[in-house]
Design a protein around this ligand. Structure first.
Ligand SMILES: O=C(O)CCC(=O)C(=O)O
Ligand SMILES: [Fe+2]
Length: 330
């Protein structure tokens, strides 16, 4: 028997009853096919044989997901961010709800009375200079390391959004004013004694424009493709990018926001860092005018982003609440 002070919620031989999700959430096996077909796009034109803009567009139309390599982000900035987040999650005691960030232990969070097999940290991250002082102060190098990581991620996400603009035929900078609310959300998924019973994250679509995810070399992310859950392969140093609901609307349904989830495994700890690029609460989201015509009428009613998140509160409430907190702070 371990000393109580060392024991964590996941140090168990059997999955506790209140972590068991019913079968309606589908099989959880990691033996489902690894979807090799989710495109891996080389962003360095010099190495690529295919135009990355075309590749991003067709991946976003067909899968709503793609991975990018040769993106120019230095490996050490990414590995430092992963290790400082690991240190954060390993700290024996953490504050939970501060003004600027929210830490969710798996024991705090329940969906219909069931807990997810993960812990989560969320905070706003744009503009970095306005919110850095609201981030965790421990580990002591957290703010320095995470800001260096986010500078790179913000450049990468704007670059990808510009490529999407070009691919869709929108004028340059179309998304600039719409990507003012950015959130970092990091999850840690410890090994689980019976992953067939649990879920790391429930099936959902992201309420963002795009999400840029680093998952290191661990699998667990699954994407719905033709009615089946397929694993997204883990490619070290690659970023997984997915189209969120807002970009599906703006593209008038050309680009797809696809359902995904995270399953657990018995052996490894999965650590991921997601960055959501979201519109600001007052922004009106509607199909871009140039994508609407007689042949392709508008498929979505214009809505303010905050109106949208009221109905889809998976992360939405948080987006609005944290943005308001940020405003009142400044
Ligand atoms: O942790 C992951 O791999 C995925 C996270 C995710 O889908 C999300 O936070 O929206
Ligand atoms: Fe997601």
């Amino acid at each position: 028997m371990k000393e109580l002070k060392d024991s964590k919620w996941f140090d168990v031989e059997f999955v506790p009853k209140d972590y068991v999700f019913s079968k309606e959430y589908g099989p959880r096996n990691l033996d489902s096919p690894v979807c090799d077909s989710i495109p891996v796009i080389d962003l360095s034109k010099a190495n690529g044989h295919i135009d990355p803009v075309e590749a991003i567009l067709s991946a976003s139309q067909e899968f709503g997901f793609f991975q990018v390599i040769n993106h120019g982000i230095p490996e050490n900035k990414v590995s430092d961010a992963m290790s400082v987040l690991k240190e954060f999650f390993d700290m024996p005691s953490k504050e939970t709800h501060t003004k600027g960030w929210i830490y969710t232990n798996s024991t705090d969070y329940a969906k219909d009375g069931v807990h997810l097999w993960r812990e989560n940290l969320k905070h706003p991250c744009h503009p970095i200079e306005d919110c850095i002082h609201l981030w965790p102060e421990n580990p002591t190098r957290y703010q320095e390391v995470i800001s260096a990581y986010l500078v790179e991620i913000q450049k990468l996400s704007l670059r990808i959004l510009e490529m999407i603009c070009e691919g869709l035929g929108l004028k340059g900078g179309y998304f600039e004013d719409m990507s003012e609310v950015q959130l970092l959300s990091s999850n840690i998924y410890p090994p689980c004694p019976d992953p067939n019973l649990t879920l790391g994250i429930l099936p959902h679509q992201d309420p963002s424009l795009i999400t840029v995810l680093y998952q290191g070399d661990s699998t667990g992310l699954q994407v719905m493709k033709d009615g089946q859950w397929v694993n997204v392969g883990a490619i070290p140093n690659a970023f997984v990018v997915n189209i969120g609901n807002q970009l599906e609307i703006i593209s008038n349904g050309r680009l797809k926001s696809i359902k995904h989830r995270v399953v657990n495994n018995t052996r490894d700890t999965r650590l991921s860092i997601a960055t959501f690029v979201n519109p600001s609460p007052d922004c009106i989201i509607e199909p871009a005018k140039v994508l609407v015509n007689e042949m392709e009428p508008s498929r979505y009613t214009p809505k303010q982003y905050k109106e949208y998140v009221q109905y889809n509160n998976a992360f939405g409430d948080y987006t609005v609440a944290i943005q308001n907190a940020l405003r009142s702070e400044n």
